[in-house]
Design a protein around this ligand. Structure first.
Ligand SMILES: *Cc1c(COP(=O)(O)O)cnc(C)c1O
Length: 230
């Protein structure tokens, strides 16, 4: 019997094509959109296959998993993103390992990371995660709190605030979450105006909804299942 196996390289190509088509529809430059391959459910072999296929950004939810997979030897020229909720007591290993912490969402975590930046002697690149849809069980700050937190991150030498991140509600029809992505972009535009920070990164869109996120201005899509299977 023959099994038809779709390779990671094929999946990378398909995701890039879908991004290019969506970017074209929105009159955007497709090369300005980065694919963050979410490798939380796969091992280093799949990471290496994605890297060979041209992926240079990887996202992990947990510090310990990422350490196991990436701490020893990292594929060349890669950027490692922390996309999962971060406990303050893991601030130290997270600040050491990750190139971008996307899940900064509360003052107590900012306090903990600030101490680590002191220790590292460099600013920590971060995104502010916003719970745009107001789902009670989700991480991310309240949109009303975003301005205060962004101002604090922007004013502190401990941080390089690069932009915003959100997780949209899981829905059947991706069109239904378009307002969530649009709201994050509009919030970014307002904060940019208020703080004079560049806030270049909009991390939004996952396997189910990255096409809509690209149409609404995502600069980074975080894609797991579409690249690695479920
Ligand atoms: C798992 C995860 C993703 C990727 O989800 P897929 O549906 O597999 O694409 C993206 N962002 C976050 C925060 C995640 O936890």
């Amino acid at each position: 019997m023959q099994t038809v196996e779709v390779s990671v390289a094929d999946r990378v190509r398909a995701v890039r094509e879908a991004i290019a088509t969506a970017a074209e529809r929105a009159d955007r430059d497709p090369t300005a959109i980065a694919v963050v391959a979410v490798s939380k459910s796969v091992g280093r072999d799949a990471v290496d296959a994605a890297h060979t296929a041209g992926i240079r950004h990887f996202g992990e939810n947990r510090v310990a998993d990422a350490e196991r997979k990436f701490a020893g030897s990292r594929p060349s020229n890669t950027t490692l993103h922390l996309i999962g909720q971060l406990q303050s007591n893991k601030a130290r290993p997270a600040a050491h390992l990750f190139d971008l912490i996307e899940s900064v969402d509360r003052a107590s975590l900012i306090d903990a990371l600030e101490k680590e930046a002191d220790r590292l002697g460099r600013p920590i690149p971060v995104l502010l995660q916003v719970n745009v849809a107001g789902e009670s069980q989700k991480a991310g700050c309240d949109p009303q709190a975003a301005s205060g937190l962004a101002s604090r991150l922007g004013a502190s030498p401990a941080f390089a605030l690069r932009g915003l991140m959100t997780i949209a509600p899981l829905v059947e029809d991706a069109e239904a979450v378009r307002p969530v992505f649009r709201a994050l972009r509009e919030l970014r535009d307002r904060l940019r105006h208020d703080t004079s920070l560049p806030l270049d990164i909009l991390s939004m869109g996952m396997t189910n909804d990255f096409v809509v996120a690209v149409e609404e201005g995502a600069t980074h899509v975080r894609v797991g299942r579409a690249l690695f299977g479920s």
